[in-house]
Design a protein around this ligand. Structure first.
Ligand code: GDP
Length: 211
């Protein structure tokens, strides 16, 4: 298994704005997704640490950018989720500003993992986020989570359908299940590739440099 490096993840800090983020050096990989798509479960599965997601779900922290340190130069970043029911417009606007700002300006950001429920079609945010990333040359890898809920055939059809929508923005897409850990190796290779800066996911690397 190639995810040993990710197992070093430890909670570092939460930020409400870009100014509160750790120093913008080294490399980081961020995770974003619609509420309930399984972002916390994916981070747990990739790091092998259940406690990390609990950290991000601490009341008051769900709207924050949560940083997890891997070593002195590398981090994982849990971005605030979207699509919560009955969220006031001011909070939606804050999400938009914070995530857009972070994706556009964070130089150490090497790639974004977008988590979707395999059974849902891409919504406004799932189309908007890849477009923002494409504009700054940031690679996006999409995990179609909860693949255990579908048969092999149905999952394959969903994969093709979502690929055809999101590939136009240069995204790579795979099936995943945080529950039965299918797709874990493939996802870990992408995340570790971005953190190592070897560009092995086949997409363009952002303008940043390691260290
Ligand atoms: P978040 O809101 O995106 O952080 O989502 P969570 O990680 O809290 O997951 C939301 C719900 O989906 C929880 O009940 C999880 O147990 C469930 N869940 C997450 N991943 C999977 C998966 O791969 N398969 C299935 N069947 N359920 C999942």
């Amino acid at each position: 298994m190639s995810d040993n490096f990710l197992r070093r993840a430890e909670f570092l800090l939460s930020a409400h704005t870009l100014d509160q983020c750790p120093e913008d050096s080294g490399r980081e990989v961020a995770f974003v997704g619609r509420s309930n798509a399984g972002k916390s479960s994916v981070i747990n599965a990739l790091t092998g640490k259940r406690g990390l997601a609990r950290t991000s779900k601490t009341p008051g922290r769900t709207q924050l950018i949560n940083f997890f340190i891997l070593d002195a130069h590398r981090r994982l970043v849990d971005l605030p989720g979207f699509g919560f029911a009955k969220v006031p417009p001011s909070m939606q606007a804050h999400w938009f500003r914070t995530v857009n700002d972070y994706l556009q300006r964070r130089r150490s950001l090497a790639g974004l993992i977008l988590i979707m429920d395999v059974r849902r079609n891409p919504g406004t945010e799932e189309t908007q986020i890849p477009a923002w990333c494409e504009a700054v040359g940031l690679p996006v890898h999409v995990l179609l989570n909860k693949a255990d809920k579908l048969s092999f055939g149905a999952g394959s059809r969903r994969l093709l359908a979502v690929r055809s929508t999101l590939e136009q923005h240069g995204c790579t897409v795979q099936l995943f299940s945080a529950r039965d850990r299918s797709g874990l190796e493939e996802a870990a290779v992408v995340v570790q590739g971005w953190l190592a800066g070897d560009g092995n996911n086949g997409t363009a690397q952002k303008k940043n440099s390691p260290g």
